[in-house]
Design a protein around this ligand. Structure first.
Ligand code: ATP
Ligand code: MG
Length: 262
């Protein structure tokens, strides 16, 4: 009798996670950076894409002014994203950097191809387990590109200042993109960040945010270690491994992985 051969079809799926909230200062960049470092430290090959002309994420790894090729070139000159990607000192972590010139291509919103540029660019990349996209504080063409390219969305929401209007606008945009362009897009959840008092969370934030998005059980409290880690150009795991925020971002990452890899 012929032996049975089991053919294992290994289809590699890259999870693409957009970190989005059109309000400023909600913790997008902090979450994108620490999520990316956390994944890399768990042996996931990770690309961190900076879609914000402010280039805060990029600044952690390089001086944006010294970079010859960035997401600006990918958007304005169809430069392959591989030419812009830079290595980092962290094993398993690469960055697709941005710089202020990216703002110049914002007006290309009228171009019919405009929403698809990032999706097409990322399609050429086969080697990553995770791609994390840091978005700007607006529902600009860059955020649209991120939502069109993404498989999942994480919405950081600052505990003390979250805005119902902001949540409504984001939810409407996500739903339109799901309906028209990217039906597989899933909101992984909202991550409440910068919490100063737990009572604010349970009494005022959770009831409101959960009307819009699933809210992660994990939350991130406010603490000076976060600002210090940015100044030190390190992840919270490297800068202050014993801090509360390091534990909280690690818990968030585990919760997200349980959800995505279930
Ligand atoms: N958990 C935290 N505790 C204390 N400070 C924090 C925390 N998370 C973020 N911050 C600080 O809040 C500010 C805004 O955070 P961050 O840059 O991550 O937000 P953002 O949503 O990316 O902002 P923008 O919309 O401008 O891109 C930063 O100065 C950051 O250091
Ligand atoms: Mg930011």
């Amino acid at each position: 009798m012929l032996p049975y051969y089991y053919v294992a079809l290994i289809v590699k799926t890259t999870r693409i996670i957009a970190i989005t909230n059109q309000k400023g200062g909600e913790g997008k960049t902090t979450t994108a950076i620490n999520l990316a470092f956390g994944l890399a430290k768990r042996d996931k090959r990770t690309l961190l894409v900076d879609m914000d002309p402010q280039a805060n994420t990029t600044g952690l790894f390089a001086n944006p002014d010294n970079l010859e090729k960035t997401m600006y070139n990918v958007f304005s000159q169809s430069t392959p994203i591989q030419e812009a990607i830079i290595e980092t000192d962290e094993k398993n972590l690469w960055v697709a950097p941005s710089k202020i010139t990216l703002a110049e291509v914002e007006s290309m919103g009228q171009n019919v191809d405009a929403p698809y540029i990032l999706r097409d660019a990322l399609h050429a990349l086969k080697d990553f387990d995770y791609i994390i996209i840091d978005c700007p504080p607006s529902l600009s063409i860059f955020t649209i590109n991120a939502l069109v390219a993404a498989t999942h969305v994480v919405v950081p929401a600052q505990a003390e200042k979250f805005s119902i209007d902001g949540m409504t606008g984001l939810q409407t945009t996500i739903n339109s993109i799901k309906r028209r362009i990217n039906p597989d897009l899933e909101v992984a959840g909202a991550l409440v960040t910068q919490i100063k008092a737990k009572t604010v969370l349970t009494k005022t934030i959770l009831p409101v945010v959960s009307q819009f998005f699933r809210v992660f059980d994990s939350t991130v409290s406010a603490g000076v270690a976060i600002g210090e880690s940015h100044l030190a150009r390190k992840s919270i795991f490297d800068y202050a491994p014993d801090s509360k925020q390091s534990k909280e971002y690690s818990d968030f990452l585990e919760e997200l992985l349980r959800e995505l890899e279930a």
